[in-house]
Design a protein around this ligand. Structure first.
Ligand SMILES: Cc1ncc(COP(=O)(O)O)c(C=O)c1O
Length: 383
């Protein structure tokens, strides 16, 4: 079976992990954690990086530090991985779900803007302006764009909306390490960006995440909150409810090695994307995700639309090509059915019903890609 997306571990991973084992520095302290944080932050063009257990907890902490709390709303796209919404719910807030642009599969910003214009009112609370939802009188505190599949929406438009409606931007850039909008890195457009390094990401630590920010105070607070809020190196004094969300040194060691390999892996992904686009263009009714000329995408997971998605999915998986459908839209999941979903035409459902992801590992070989393409072509020629 050609796998959908597996890690590529051909650098110094063994060496650095062995170093942790040899020296006993396998746990929550150790130099690889700092190194990994600095590497990711520097790469993303942010001043500070805070390593954590995974992207989900990173999103949780970023929201807490943006002041999101019980009763607030956070704006998020209706198609994302469940972790985005789980992290919102951990804070006690609720999502306002926004439908997609049917071509880029990112949040539809025109739809969002007109919704906010019609449905919010500005209020001043203790000298600070916020947008409140007219109907429910709840505060809308933050917006969480998700750079779906490593593509990016119009971040300048999103920043304008955020400024007008007093929203903190927390980027779910978990899939977008290496992606740029107008030359600026995903994760660097708002208060926080969060990256994930789980097993299927462009680089992996097995499980892991890094929160990035340019704000020194917030960076310190993020470190504090993710490490049980301990104030003294010696005494067990904690000044608030903290979390044991830290990334351990042995995983950060893998991360340091992966970051060394990252430029090569990114190039591989881009080559893969070009190959699939040129080979699959014009085959059956295949339609690619639109990437704007303003975006340089990291090409994380190759996904396309076809009306024959279900049959193709079975065909590929039966013929040694691991493939997956897209995420079920959030408004269709039981836990979020009561939440606000802003949509005119339910593009989310249409994208979900027609999209399929095909093998996209950073280490995928030309022979494997040729097999994938051949299998897809044979499916369409038999139709
Ligand atoms: C869009 C999105 N958000 C959040 C996450 C959560 O990251 P993690 O799996 O590291 O918790 C992921 C990755 O799994 C993701 O793809």
């Amino acid at each position: 079976m050609i796998p959908l997306s597996v890690p590529f571990l051909n650098g110094n991973e063994w060496k650095y992990v062995k170093d942790c084992l040899d020296t006993g520095w396998i746990s929550s302290a150790g130099s690889y954690v700092n190194q990994f944080e600095q590497q990711v932050a520097a790469y993303a063009g942010a001043k500070y990086g805070i390593a954590c257990m995974n992207g989900t907890v990173g999103l949780h902490i970023a929201q807490m530090l943006s002041g999101v709390s019980t009763g607030d709303y956070v704006i998020a796209p209706n198609i994302t991985f469940i972790a985005t919404l789980n992290a919102i719910k951990y804070t006690g807030a609720s999502p306002i779900l926004i439908d997609l642009n049917p071509k880029t599969w990112q949040m539809d910003l025109n739809l969002l803007e007109s919704y906010l214009k019609e449905n919010t009112i500005e209020k001043e609370v203790e000298g600070i302006f916020y947008s409140f939802h007219k109907l429910t009188n709840k505060r809308i505190k933050a917006i969480m764009p998700v750079h779906v599949l490593g593509n990016i929406g119009d971040m300048h438009h999103l920043q304008e909306i955020a400024t007008t409606f007093h929203l903190d931007i927390i980027e779910d850039s978990t899939e977008a390490l290496g992606s740029l909008f107008k030359g600026k890195h995903a994760g660097s457009f708002g208060k926080f960006g969060v990256f994930s390094f789980n097993g299927n990401k462009i680089i992996s630590t097995g499980g892991g995440g890094v929160i990035v920010t340019n704000d020194e105070e917030l960076a310190k607070k993020a470190k504090h909150l993710t490490t049980q809020a301990k104030v003294s190196a010696m005494e067990y004094i904690h000044d608030e409810i903290g979390y044991n969300y830290r990334l351990v040194n042995v995983l950060a060691a893998i991360g340091v090695a992966q970051m060394e390999e990252f430029p090569v892996l990114l190039e591989n992904k881009k080559r893969m994307d070009q190959f699939y686009r040129s080979e699959l263009s014009g085959i059956g009714d295949i339609e690619f995700q639109l990437v704007s000329p303003d975006v340089e995408a990291n090409c994380w997971l190759f996904t396309f639309k076809t009306q024959h998605m279900r049959e193709l999915l079975s065909y590929l998986n039966d013929n040694g090509v691991q493939s997956r459908p897209f995420w079920v839209p959030m408004n269709q999941l039981e836990m979020f059915k009561e939440d606000i979903y802003v949509s005119m035409d339910d593009h989310s459902n249409q994208v979900y019903q027609t999209s399929i992801s095909i093998p996209s590992s950073a280490g995928i070989t030309l022979a494997e890609m040729e097999t994938v393409v051949k299998t897809i072509k044979s499916f369409y020629s038999a139709l």
